[in-house]
Design a binder for this molecule. Structure first.
Ligand code: SAH
Ligand code: SF4
Length: 355
């Protein structure tokens, strides 16, 4: 006898085909009704159970009465930049706001998803961290962001990066569950998924083990937000860094590699005059020696209430060249969508100050 299924918040998005079959049976329906729901929710991307024309009317009525829904969010705002990047503001059932960014190119459609509403880590350069954490997102709310992008662009998202609002490692099980679902149900290969973290003490080995457990193998990329080449400077930018020394963070990165076989990559926001000088590049090379890793350089995007500077093009290139000539693979994250409140968290902040 299979145990009956409990829905999280009465929502269906995030359930596997087997779980939907089980749920349909718990509802006194045939298992194939669950498969129908699965196809319409994931393949056709319907927003409402009422749109599933093949389901019996009485059942849909009964579900509505019980408050069961697919678990989609409402699109509040859609801002399109001149380069076709679209930034979405989505509203949850409990009237919270979530930001998502879609970045299209000819070959790819990348979705930058949020994993939490706000963030408790409070990094000084980040708009999301300014008002603390409201709550973590649920699996339906993470998947909804990708389905919304599919719907608006009329094509399937190819890549997902957890680089929107929130710290994914503070919502570990839900994030792993959504990776499983993105992979199995929305057809996005694990290699096309990146999870970005600023580092949460004692979580990286747990991430490696749980990911192996729940996904079978770990192929997504873990990107670690370093932003500074030494502990002292890092603590001035990232308050949580004082509880998680760089030395331990890098040890955990090695440990992660030993469990999963996947090298982590590193992110480094270049802040003009603060961490973009040759001495910082030199320290970073020393810090990462032996890692054979990839470093993604991100030019700082100005946010309100902070007077960090954008790095000059000259300093950015000097930094990049220093790393490259010492054998480190480097790329720049391009500042797409810069004309539309680009730094993540800004749109939600603006929305909340209006209300
Ligand atoms: N909490 C995770 C993931 C979300 S933040 C993390 O910090 O890694 C996603 C990315 O946006 C991180 O690389 C972060 O450093 C970057 N970011 C935040 N504020 C920024 C800003 N003002 N300019 C440029 N990048 C920023
Ligand atoms: Fe949170 Fe990441 Fe922003 Fe830091 S940079 S406050 S960890 S979302």
């Amino acid at each position: 006898m299979i145990n009956s299924l409990t829905l999280t918040n009465n929502t269906l998005l995030g359930l596997s085909v087997e779980e939907l079959e089980q749920w349909a049976q718990d509802e006194g329906q045939h298992a194939f009704r669950g498969r129908q729901v699965y196809d319409w929710v994931y393949k056709k991307g319907v927003r409402d159970l009422d749109e599933i024309s093949v389901l019996p009317k009485e059942w849909k009525h009964a579900l509505r009465k019980k408050g069961v829904s697919i678990g989609r969010m409402r699109i509040v705002e859609k801002l399109e930049a001149s380069d076709k990047t679209i930034k979405f503001l989505l509203e949850t059932n409990d009237s919270e706001y979530v930001e998502t960014v879609a970045i299209p190119t000819d070959k790819r459609l990348t979705v930058c998803v949020s994993s939490q509403i706000g963030c408790p880590m409070g990094c000084h350069f980040c708009a999301t961290g300014k008002n603390g954490l409201r709550r973590s997102l649920q699996v339906n709310e993470i998947l909804d962001q990708v389905l919304t992008v599919n719907e608006v662009f009329g094509r399937r998202s190819t890549n997902v990066v957890f680089m929107g609002m929130g710290e994914p490692l503070l919502n570990l099980d839900t994030v792993l569950n959504s990776i499983r679902c993105l992979n199995t149900d929305l057809g996005i290969g694990q290699r096309r998924i990146t999870l970005s973290t600023v580092g949460v003490a004692d979580t990286m080995p747990k991430l490696a083990e749980r990911a192996l457990d729940s996904l079978g193998r770990v192929q997504f990329t873990l990107a670690v937000s370093l932003h500074a080449p030494n502990q002292k400077l890092r603590e001035t930018l990232i308050p949580s860094a004082s509880q998680y020394p760089l030395k331990k963070l890098l040890e955990d990165c090695r440990h992660y590699f030993s469990i999963t076989g996947r090298r982590v990559s590193f992110e480094y926001i270049l802040l003009g005059q603060l961490n973009d000088k040759p001495e910082h590049a030199k320290q970073l090379v020393e810090l990462l020696s032996g890692f054979q890793s990839h470093v993604n350089l991100i030019p700082y995007n100005p946010i309100e209430d902070e007077d960090f500077q954008r790095p000059t093009m000259k300093n950015m290139n000097r930094f990049k060249n220093y790393l490259q000539t010492r054998g480190i693979a480097v790329s720049f994250r391009s500042s797409r969508g810069l004309d539309q409140n680009a730094a993540c968290g800004q749109l939600r902040r603006r929305q909340e100050s209006i209300h």
